[in-house]
Write a protein of this length. Structure first.
Length: 302
């Protein structure tokens, strides 16, 4: 998380960011100039984005602030500044909106010694569902778990526990589903099946927000991606457009050489290097074409 920010404003102070964020019509989730800090630690800084029905990926490295955003979306945390609305209401100030939100947190839940059916059924009962047993069995089948399995949840593999968390998040058929790193611990076949389930839920008109720190994983989630780094919004839009921007971004490489000045001169002469800095027997090279640079340096390193 970003600890290099200036001290945050006092609670209740008006945001100092850009003009009011205008969400597209039909948005189910709106994050408007939201910041969240803990003491002097800024976890999220002036983030704005909107999410409609379908699958949206929340991409960023570990510690970027993704989990904090999800906690604010479900009302577990209150923004220090800005506003969060889900279906037009505040998830923190309007408790009834909780029935429309499903959360599968990254952290391991306290399962106790219940079976999968008992755990998911209890979640359904907490939501006031009268057909809790039938609905629990239905969603366990969706996530490919046996509702009649008598084993206790602590004996399940991580991938199985992940699917139990997903089942409890969707058992009450919420319109907004928040999934924090839900594919962690799943094998490749299970990942494909769960991604297909995410899209099925999105096609039903639900907003499914899936966080991940793995770029290649995000491509399967769909075209809409929200990128957060160091607590700030870095980009939002189509995955392929964002990937192209990332691929074209200059990279800095550090190379050790017995003759750094000679190597630097040879690299610059090739035309695919934007800058060179010397660090003793090392050089730091900036390039925006990794593939071309790799072909250039290969013969020079022999």
């Amino acid at each position: 998380m970003n600890t290099q920010q200036p001290p945050p404003p006092r609670a209740g102070q008006a945001p100092t960011g850009p003009a009011l964020f205008v969400a597209p019509q039909g948005s189910l989730v709106v994050v408007d100039r939201v910041s969240k800090w803990f003491g002097d630690l800024v976890a999220v800084s002036d983030v704005s984005f909107a999410v409609s029905a379908g699958v949206t990926a929340l991409l960023g490295p570990n510690g970027a602030g993704k989990s904090t955003v999800l906690r604010m979306l479900c009302g577990l945390a209150l923004p220090s500044n800005g506003t969060v609305t889900v279906l037009g209401k505040s998830p923190r100030k309007d408790p009834e909106i909780a029935a429309e939100i499903g959360l599968a947190p990254q952290q391991e839940a306290v399962f106790g010694h219940s079976t999968a059916l008992q755990f998911v059924r209890a979640s359904a009962q907490l939501q006031g569902m009268t057909n809790a047993d039938a609905e629990a069995r239905r969603v366990l089948d969706l996530v490919e778990l046996d509702a009649n399995d008598s084993r206790r949840l602590p004996t399940y593999s991580k991938g199985m526990r992940q699917r139990v968390k997903l089942a409890q998040a969707i058992v009450h058929q919420p319109r907004v589903i928040l999934l924090d790193e839900p594919l962690s611990g799943l094998d490749p076949r299970q990942r494909l099946n769960m991604v297909a389930l995410f899209h099925q839920l999105g096609d039903e008109g639900r907003a499914v927000i899936v966080s991940s720190h793995v770029l290649e994983e995000v491509e399967r989630f769909g075209s809409n991606v929200v990128v957060i780094t160091q607590g700030r919004l870095a980009a939002q839009g189509d995955f392929h457009e964002i990937r192209a921007l990332m691929d074209n971004r200059p990279r800095r490489l550090r190379i050790t050489s017995d003759n750094p000045r000679s190597l630097a001169a040879a690299l610059v002469a090739q035309g695919n290097v934007q800058g060179v800095q010397f660090r003793g027997d090392q050089i730091e090279v900036d390039t925006d074409d990794i593939a071309s640079f790799a072909h250039t340096i290969a013969p020079l390193s022999k």
